[in-house]
Design a protein around this ligand. Structure first.
Ligand code: HEC
Length: 239
């Protein structure tokens, strides 16, 4: 070995030493085990029961006297445990799961929710199918809240009204006679001041003089309420 080779080897070792030294530093700052296992950002490809599936079940299936505590046909669909103990879901097998079967049924005598209630639309059916396919778990994540890019077609309709209100507020038998089926219905409700019957802002904020909505459920998340405020402040556009 000549001198240059020795120098090169020493240099490589030195660089290696410095590199490993630096590389290990972040490990020392590692906070250790996750202090809050629910503190995870939401994965757009994962279905979360509480956030995605439960609102559909509560507004379309667990209405009073149906699949709530009344448990029509022994089926109760107002919580994760209730759904799982009603034997309507086979994790991983949507086509063998009664829950998915009845909402995609063509026979008007078998479909759920039964007419004259509006059937679940394809996007809602797909959420149920995907949730079962992914193992029918009860996963949690952090609702990353976008209160800047709020649109009627991307936020207000699919994530708020359709998911949390539409099941009770559609058709001739709409609860309280309030129909929330399209942009004009919802913009009209948004224009009514809190405290007066029919006010979108009043009901979601549980304002005095309004019935708290969604009925018999937790208040919408702060994120959703802020998104509604943003949309109303923008002039309730049909965007
Ligand atoms: C499980 C069924 C159910 C769900 C889900 C539901 N509602 Fe209602 N809603 C009712 C019933 C029943 C009434 C009439 C009785 C009452 O006023 O309490 C009502 C009344 C209303 C009224 C008129 C009462 C008032 O005080 O202004 C508005 C507006 C309303 N709902 C909006 C909503 C909105 C917005 C959502 C979703 C965030 C929603 N509802 C979700 C059942 C429901």
């Amino acid at each position: 070995m000549n001198r240059t080779t020795v120098q090169i080897i020493c240099l490589v070792l030195l660089i290696g030493l410095i590199y490993t030294g630096c590389k290990h530093e972040p490990d020392e700052l590692d906070p250790g085990p996750d202090p809050d296992p629910t503190d995870h950002p939401c994965d757009p490809d994962t279905i979360y029961f509480e956030m995605d599936v439960l609102p559909i079940l509560l507004s379309s299936c667990a209405k009073s006297g149906c699949h709530d505590a009344t448990a029509q046909d022994g089926v109760r669909l107002d919580s994760y445990n209730a759904v799982m103990s009603s034997s309507v879901v086979r994790p991983g097998r949507p086509d063998d799961s009664d829950l998915y079967e009845v909402v995609t049924e063509n026979d008007p005598d078998k479909i759920m929710p039964p007419p004259p209630n509006a059937p679940l639309d394809q996007a809602q059916q797909e959420i149920i199918r995907k949730w079962i396919t992914q193992g029918a778990q009860n996963l949690f994540c952090d609702d990353l809240c976008d209160t800047v890019n709020v649109t009627f077609s991307g936020t207000i309709w699919p994530q708020i009204i359709q998911a949390n209100c539409f099941g009770c507020h559609n058709g001739a038998g709409a609860s309280g006679g309030v129909r929330l089926e399209n942009h004009s219905h919802i913009a009209a409700a948004a224009a009514i001041p809190a405290g007066q019957f029919g006010s979108l802002w009043g009901v979601v904020n549980h304002a005095a003089g309004n019935s708290p909505m969604p009925q018999n459920q937790d208040k919408l998340s702060d994120c959703k309420i802020t998104q509604i405020r943003k949309w109303i402040d923008d002039g309730s556009p049909d965007n």
